[in-house]
Each structure stands twice: as structure tokens, then as C-alpha cells.
Design a protein around this ligand. Sequence first.
Ligand SMILES: Nc1ncnc2c1ncn2[C@@H]1O[C@H](COP(=O)(O)OP(=O)(O)OP(=O)(O)O)[C@@H](O)[C@H]1O
Length: 230
Amino acid sequence: MTMPQTPALFLSKIERRYVQGETTLHILRGADLAVWPGEIVALVAPSGSGKSTLLHIAGLLERPDGGEVYVGGEPTTGLDDAGRTRLRRLDIGFVYQFHHLLPEFSALENVALPQLIRGLPRREAESRAAEVLGFLGLGERLRHRPAELSGGEQQRVAIARAVANAPRVLLADEPTGNLDPRTSDYVFSMLVALVRASRLAAVIATHNLDLAARMDRRVTIRDGLVVSLD
Ligand SMILES: Nc1ncnc2c1ncn2[C@@H]1O[C@H](COP(=O)(O)OP(=O)(O)OP(=O)(O)O)[C@@H](O)[C@H]1O
């Protein structure tokens, strides 16, 4: 008998309000989203609709005002800050529009660092980092610092850093947003190949409809709810 599968990420009835003086912005009003291992979901939401808010909540960077975030089937809102940080380090990878690499470290060191923080021995962390960088076509750039890499290469290092820990969930906010169209297309293909090879569950926010069309399904945020665009 096969066990029923669990979504890698499950957002259930997520509420988020921002209170500013007299006004309350009710940004998320019971948003639901389930993402399965190996699935890539495009989040194509208008500016200001709550896309970053949703990604921050999914990535345990921000707490919802209501609802529950399940990672690998486990509820997370009851965890204290240390528990959330631990789970985030183990199970969640982030890629942002701007790479946020550490300028004084090489590509290899940038990718190995999150694994060292998790307690992996240096040799193992660096060997895993070299493997992922090699997969992304950067085998010849391991010792380069970010300033010695092109924009597309820097972004591939950021992708390698996010996935080298073998997280369950990958969250990306406009990961190719600051690259020219050709490089964006190439880096995106690399990202998809890596997500599929590692069977991660990915949510990728983008305004680029061509890229969104290449993901498994498309959702948006409308009136505080996640709705399917397919
Ligand atoms: N800390 C905060 N305090 C008050 N309002 C906030 C806060 N964070 C976000 N907001 C408001 O919530 C709304 C959603 O913000 P969010 O950053 O999630 O938008 P977004 O959909 O990611 O937009 P963009 O695509 O422009 O980044 C915005 O109107 C924003 O002004």
C-alpha cells in the first residue's frame, strides 16, 4: 500500500493584516496553497497584492495573524523563534531578485556557508557546494568572488546556495528579475532543472508570463486569496 503523499508546503487559511494608524490593510484573507514535492508553482500577482507577504509567511520569516503553515506536514505556528529558524535552515531555500551574496567570499564559500552553519563538516559542505555549482555550469568559477562573476553567474550562485542544503521547499521572488531576457531564460532553465532533479517544491513569484507558462501551474492573489490562473 502506498502512503498518501503530504504536500511539502501547505498554507492553510492564512490571514495577514497590517495596521497603520487608523487603517488596517487586510492583505491575506484566508489564503490556501498546497505545493507538492517536485512541483513548481508560478505566483503571478500584481504589485501590492501580497506576494512578498505570502512568500515571507511560507518561508517562516513572518508569522501569519491566522491560519497555519505546514512544512513537510508539520504545523509551524506553534514553534518558538529558535524552532522556526532551525526549520527554515533545514527545509527552506530562498532566492531573491538581487543575489545578496557575501562579497568577500568565493562562489564555493557562499554556497557552502549555510551548510557549515547547519553543522556539516567543511569538506562535506564544500564538496556538496562544488557539485551543485557544477550542475549549474559554474565548475570553472568556484574560486571567483561575486564581483568577478557576471550577473547571470551571480544569480546561479545564489540558486546553488538556496538548494545546496537540500531543502524541501524553494521560494523565489523574481529570481531572474534583474537579468537581461536571454540570461534570465538560461538561469530560469537551470533553476527548473535543479528543482526537478531534487524534487523540491517551488513557489516562484514572477511578472514574466513566458517564464510562468513554463511552470507546472499558475496562481495569483485576488482579494487576499490564492486563486488558480489555469
Ligand atoms: N510591514 C508593513 N506594514 C504595513 N504595510 C505593509 C507592510 N508590508 C507590506 N505592507 C503592505 O501590504 C501590501 C502587500 O505588500 P507585499 O510586499 O506583499 O506586496 P507584493 O505583492 O509583494 O508587491 P510587489 O510585487 O510590488 O513587491 C502592500 O500594499 C504593502 O504596502
